[in-house]
Design a protein around this ligand. Structure first.
Ligand code: SF4
Length: 378
């Protein structure tokens, strides 16, 4: 069992908060060359997953919806030729709302996509403009309706809260709008100011009003309450799903299932080591064309593995499976974990139940601090 992640590193314009690796696409020629290199990479690394069955495929970005039908067709033909893909595989495409026109969705119909992740972020046109999104609220809603028309019954939308100047009332309205769309999955992220982004500069230059941490926490609590009322299960700090609609691809990351990452800046994991491709389209294309090494690699040490497990498991509703931790890292690390968790259990930030450790409703507010406390640092 394994996953494939394909990074499409192009966007039509730059959102002010984004630090994902992407370049501004200027011509179709650029994406043609890229798809050619991507297919070559697939063949060069075809043994990476040791013949494991592919159960999820995820096109992320950047903006995968800058590719056209023929480009996707070529990628899928090669995937299905090289790998054994499960017939029930979850196949997701991230898309920008303004790309999801009737014409585009109709052109994609023959392809095996069965899940869409739509980057809506907000239904407030003022906020959308401020963060330099390409779409408006009308296009966001139309995108979901068009996707339904073309048979998608597994739709996720992304939302951001804590935008500059955003009030709790505004966030309540965003959630109401989201629930009227009856999507199966919502990913909702608190805004972070990533170094080097336009938003980060705007904050440093005092050009924006940063939302108070207290208000952001109120937004988070309100969201969790409303998600529950609307039958969304909070299966990870930022991810909410209707029953049976958790993201299988992301859940596999959190369970350390191997995955094969293709494209510039994409990461791969084979169970023992991680590797990541050059975060530059230019270097990626050049090195692939010349059959040169285009990635870096590291063996995951036991300490790093342990820390990653703490970090990702605690963010999920299931929390840390201590039985599994003991089996994987031995009694010493199991005791170390419980010893470090002791204060947090006493302070009621963590719940210790049935050989699992997970956040209490109040502890989740201190997620980063608690996670740091449980990690091994020497
Ligand atoms: S479309 Fe997505 S990847 Fe591209 S700049 Fe905006 S947030 Fe970043």
């Amino acid at each position: 069992m394994a996953g494939i992640y394909i990074h499409i590193p192009f966007c039509k314009q730059r959102c002010t908060y984004c630090d994902f690796y992407k370049e501004i696409v200027s011509a179709e020629q650029q994406t043609e060359e890229f798809v050619h290199a991507l297919v070559k990479e697939m063949h060069l690394r075809k043994t990476y997953l040791n013949g494991e069955k592919i159960t999820t495929i995820y096109f992320g970005g950047g903006t995968p919806s800058v590719l056209n039908f023929n480009q996707f067709k070529k990628i899928f033909e090669n995937i299905y030729h090289i790998f054994s893909v499960d017939k029930n595989a979850e196949i997701t495409m991230e898309a920008n709302p303004d790309d999801l026109t009737v014409e585009y969705l109709s052109s994609l119909s023959p392809l095996p996509f069965n899940r869409l992740s739509i980057g809506i972020q907000s239904f407030n046109n003022h906020h959308l403009k401020f963060i330099n999104r390409r779409h408006d609220a009308r296009q966001a809603k139309e995108a979901v309706m068009n996707a339904r028309k073309y048979g998608f019954n597994n739709i996720s939308i992304d939302l951001i809260y804590g935008l500059p100047g955003q009030t709790l009332n505004d966030w309540k309205k965003q959630l109401e709008e989201a629930f009227t769309l009856h999507v199966e999955h919502i990913s909702a992220y608190g805004l972070t100011y990533e170094e080097g982004t336009v938003l980060w500069q705007q904050r440093n230059n005092g050009l924006i009003r940063v939302t108070d941490d207290e208000v952001t926490l109120e937004m988070f609590d309100f969201m969790r309450l409303k998600m529950k009322e609307n039958r969304f299960e909070a299966y990870e700090i930022s991810n909410y799903a209707q029953p049976g609609f958790r993201s299988r691809h992301n859940s596999a990351y959190w369970q350390f299932i191997p995955y094969f990452g293709l494209g510039p800046s994409a990461h791969s994991f084979d169970g023992k080591s991680r590797q990541w491709n050059a975060a530059s389209v230019k270097d990626y294309l050049k090195n692939i064309a010349e059959n040169k090494v285009f990635f870096e690699k590291e063996i995951v040490t036991e300490q790093n593995f342990y820390n990653e497990l703490i970090m990702v498991s605690l963010r999920t509703s299931e929390g840390i499976d201590l039985k599994m931790l003991k089996k994987k890292f031995g009694k010493e690390m199991y005791d170390y974990c419980l010893l470090n968790a002791e204060n947090q259990i006493k302070s009621k930030n963590l719940v210790y139940n049935n050989d699992r450790l997970y956040f209490s409703n109040s502890g989740i507010h201190l997620a980063n601090l608690v996670i740091m406390e449980l990690m091994k640092t020497d």
